[in-house]
Structure formats: C-alpha cells, structure tokens
Design a protein around this ligand. Structure first.
Ligand code: ATP
Length: 536
C-alpha cells in the first residue's frame, strides 16, 4: 500500500504555472496521415516529400499542420514539446514552405535559429529537400565559410550595367535577399544583423526557435530581443534598444535599420498589421514562465505528447551496467564487442574525457571496430568543412564518416546530444552518467528515432544507481534492466587494457609536452614582436 502511494507520488505530474500550458493539444491522440489525405498539401510538395521517402506525416507533423495550414491558420504561436526523433523539423518546415510557396517577390520571410552549426546544416538539408520544389530558396548563416562568401549567398547585388559603376554606399534598396528562408546560428545571425548591408528582417513572417530551452540560455549579443525588436519595431522602438542610433546607424549599423514596411507587403490597409508567427520546439521544452516570456508569444498553444513532461521514444529500451569506476573502459569495450559493430554513440561528461577515452579505446589493439571522437575540442574548421568539389556543406569529418558507416563508434561530449539525426544509430552508451534528466533524454534520443527501435546503456558505479533511478522516474518510462557482460570477456581484455593504459599515459605526456612547446614558442614570438615594435 505504502509502496503504491510512493509510486503514485513519483508518477505525479508537474503542473505548469502558465494556464495555457495546462490545456495542450495531446499529439498522442492524433494519427499519422498519408500524404494523399493531407488537406491543402501543394502537389509539388507531395512529390518532394515522396522523393525523401516520406509517405505519411507523423502525428506531431499532422498536429502542427492542423494549427497552421489547417483550421488553425497560424492564428496562435506554437510551442511544441515532442520527443526526440518524432519529426519536429518537418513539422515546422512543411507549413512554412507551403505558406511561402505563393509569394510573389523574394525576400527573407522565414528565419530558423538553431544552437549549433551541425544542427543548422541538418535543418537546412530538410528545407532544401522541399523548398526548391515551389521555387523557394534557402540560405545558411552559421559561420561555416567566410562572412564575404556567406553575404554573397544571402544578398543579391545589382548587376553592373555598361558604363554604370556600382556605388557601395548607394541606398540599400538596390540590395535584395537571395533567400526566402534562412537557417542560422545566433552568432552569425547577429553578425549579419550588425554589419551586412541589405540584410533585413523587415519582411520576416515566421520565426522558428528550435531547441528552444538551449537557445534561451544562449544570450549571445542579445540575439532574441534584437530579432524581436527588429521585426516589430518602429523608429521609436529601435531607438529604445539602441539609444544612440541616430549617430551611428547609417554607417556602422546600416542593416539594423530594418524597420518593418507597412501596407500591402505584409498586411492590408486599415487592417491589423500581420504579426510575426513564432514556433518554438524542444523535446524538453521549458515550462518556466520567465524564460518563455522572452519569446513574447502571441496567444500560445502547446502541442505535447501524453501526460508526462519528459517522454522517451516509444521503442527505446534503457539498460544499466554496474561496474567499478576504474574498470569502466573494460566494461565499455566488452559491451562494444557484444554489440558487434552496430552503430553506437558513446557519451562522456566532458571534452577532455572524450579525447582520453577515444585515445584509450584506439590503443586497445585489434577490436575490429572503428572509433572516432566528436567534440567541442576539435576546432570548427575541422568539425565542419566545405566540400569544394560538390559545393555541398558537410558536417564534421568524423560525423560524415559515422553517417556513411565508415566508423561504427563515435565518442562524444554533449556537443552532440541535441538534435543530431544519424541514420542507423541503434545504441547510445552513457559512459558517464548524465547530470540531468534532460541530458539523458537528448543523449538517448540519438537512437530509437522515427519509430525505430534503439537501446540506451548507462555505465554506473554502485553509488550512482539510486540517483539514476530517481532521474529516470521523471520520464514516462522508467524501466531500466540490468545488463551484464560475460565475466570471461572482461578477463580476456585485462592484459590489453593494461597495455592500452600505458600507451595512453605516454600519449598524454607527449601531448602535454607538445602543448608546452607550442605555448613557449608563441610567447617567444609575442615577446619578439613587442621588442621589434619598441625598436620602431
Ligand atoms: N513523416 C515522416 N516519415 C518518415 N520519416 C520521417 C518523417 N518525418 C521525419 N522523419 C525522419 O525522422 C527522423 C527524425 O526527425 P527530426 O530530426 O525532425 O526529429 P526531432 O523531433 O527534431 O528530433 P530531436 O528532438 O532529436 O531534434 C529524421 O531522420 C527524419 O528524416
């Protein structure tokens, strides 16, 4: 009896403070919908979706369609809390593309903001698969290439006519957007807002904030208040945000002067001015009123999945592996061997431990498993690069090889926890216990996506078991079986482990020696430069 009441206590729902969050649309009550039955779907988009291998829309996509293209007609801003891998990207991309498909003049009308480059690249791919079918163009602002290259892709310059010189200081009217939809990270977005001539948000009709809870923590140059201000501002508003605008706006911050045009462009004479529609999404959407207030949502509507706030993918199985701290690498290798080369992502708690663990695993001898690291330690130039031959943008080399199946195990810090969609990942391994349930959800969500099956293993010390159990109780599915690896496979690996540890020690020493040498060299160079300057 006592146990039952304890259980019900644990299962108790957290009641959101905001009233509109207490009456959501429950996506679990919505069925998938075949494309040919989806009302109002542009036939060109149906073909594009079919080319992507999509034959029906997932429930969250149907739910959003109903609130945007369907009877809802974009009347309310949408907050979408839906599990990892449930198809949130297409849920917002499809209605936006359909709405813009009838636009007459090209200008920037939809902005999608994501926290990282690789995520932005991934989302751009989804838009690029459907938008061209209806004549729309999609741009990317992530700092992938030089700002000059990015500007030339985003802004159309007037063609030079014979005898006419292009004046770079000429009115901005000559400059037009080359894109209808822009996928951006906050940093590069602010760069363009601050200094790209002709870059304007004045026509923006749709703003998507994906991975909202993470982005709301990212206050980079106040990107959110700036975007909101620029899409609603009159001159007066602009001045309140940048009090000294009158002196510096024309030259330094020319592009900030993105005062919205009134009239036919966005509305009808005498009628209410069309507002900017917002869609915010996450698998772990915040319920914190002060955080949500930053988004300035209009009559928001929550779409969520089931009763519980934190939901794991339906076909995800969770397992725990209990072992001593110092034997964790051994257990990990034994586990990887039992998984026989299936695609796995191994999560660690930090960038440093990712590097160390990956190095150690690669010293283990003949594992017949290709293992690489993916983390914030690698410079972005290495993590993301442009393939000049095809002109395509690719994510990190390691990620690309992982996607292609050339490597089977990717060791990662939490750089990869959110949003990344890699086909065929059947296992996620938490080498280090995640600190928060949100982290568990995002890490585990790299598998069991789009209705597929997947497993999440967590390596635990005995003293972590209770905390982990408590953490899982916050989700809709707290079942977590104990997984054992055969003890003889552990014994067989012991000598290889000892030798790998020795090699790791040597490698760490040699790396820190190299680092010291580089530091010394650069400080000598600085000193020499100072000396030269003083002589001059
Ligand atoms: N209607 C559909 N039919 C088949 N596959 C789909 C459909 N919609 C999306 N997918 C696939 O489902 C996978 C997950 O989609 P997506 O990345 O949008 O999920 P998500 O909800 O944003 O996940 P996360 O919260 O982890 O970011 C992708 O591989 C996508 O191609």
């Amino acid at each position: 009896m006592e146990e039952a009441s304890e259980q019900s206590q644990k299962q108790k729902k957290s009641v959101p403070v905001l009233p509109w969050m207490r009456s959501p649309i429950d996506v679990t009550l919505i069925d998938e919908c075949p494309l040919n039955l989806l009302p109002f779907l542009d036939p060109r988009l149906e073909v594009a979706l079919q080319k992507m291998g999509i034959t029906s829309l997932f429930p969250v996509q149907v739910g959003v369609w109903q609130e945007t293209i369907g009877p809802g007609s974009f009347e309310r801003d949408l907050c979408i809390n839906s599990p990892t891998g449930s198809g949130k990207t297409l849920a917002y991309a499809l209605p936006i593309v359909q709405m813009l498909s009838t636009r007459a003049v090209r200008c920037l009308r939809a902005l999608v903001v994501l926290p990282t480059r690789d995520l932005a690249l991934q989302v751009k791919e989804v838009f690029s698969a459907i938008a061209p079918a209806v004549g729309l163009s999609v741009g990317l602002a992530v700092g992938q290439s030089s700002i000059a290259d990015e500007i030339s892709e985003l802004i159309k310059r007037p063609k030079l006519e014979a005898g006419i010189c292009y004046d770079p200081e000429a009115p901005l009217l000559h400059l037009q957007s080359s894109v209808d939809i822009l996928v951006a990270t906050p940093g590069r977005l602010m760069d363009h807002i601050n200094s790209t001539k002709g870059f304007t948000l004045e026509h923006l009709s749709y703003l998507v904030v994906d991975e909202t809870d993470r982005l709301l923590r990212e206050a980079y140059q106040s990107w959110l208040p700036t975007v909101l201000q620029l899409t609603r501002s009159s001159d007066g508003d602009l001045r309140s945000l940048f009090p000294h605008t009158s002196t510096f706006l024309p030259s330094t911050f020319g592009s900030l002067k993105t005062i919205r045009r009134s009239g036919v462009e966005r509305g009808f004479k005498g009628k209410a001015y069309p507002r900017l529609v917002k869609m915010v999404l996450s698998a772990t959407l915040t319920q914190d009123p002060s955080k949500l207030a930053q988004l300035d949502l209009h009559h928001p509507l929550l779409l969520t999945t089931g009763q519980r706030r934190y939901r794991l993918p339906e076909r995800l199985e969770s397992f725990q592996l209990i072992c001593e701290s110092k034997l964790k690498p051994l257990y990990l290798v034994a586990l990887l061997q039992t998984l026989q080369g299936e695609k796995c992502i191994v999560f660690t708690s930090s960038v440093e431990s990712t590097h160390r663990l990956c190095t150690l695993l690669n010293f283990f001898g003949d594992l017949q498993i290709k293992i690489k690291e993916y983390s914030g330690l690698q410079r972005q130039s290495v993590r993301s690069y442009r393939n000049h031959e095809s002109g395509n943008l690719f994510c990190s080399k390691a990620l690309k090889a992982f996607r292609a199946g050339d490597i089977q195990v990717l060791v990662s810090s939490d750089a990869m926890t959110r949003g990344m969609d890699v086909e065929g990942v059947t296992n996620v391994i938490n080498y280090d216990i995640p600190a928060y349930i949100k982290t568990y959800i995002h890490r585990a969500g790299r598998t069991a996506r789009a209705g597929q099956a997947g497993r999440c293993f967590t390596l635990l010390r005995k003293d972590e078991v209770k905390r982990f159990k408590k953490m899982l109780q916050k989700t809709d599915n707290n079942s977590c079986l104990v997984y054992s690896v055969p003890s003889d496979s552990i014994e067989l690996l012991r000598s290889a482990y000892i030798s790998a540890l020795e090699k790791l020690k040597e490698s760490v020493e040699s790396e820190s020696y190299k680092k010291r040498k580089i530091k010394l060299k650069s400080s000598r160079m600085v000193k020499q430069k100072e000396l030269n300057n003083s002589k001059v």
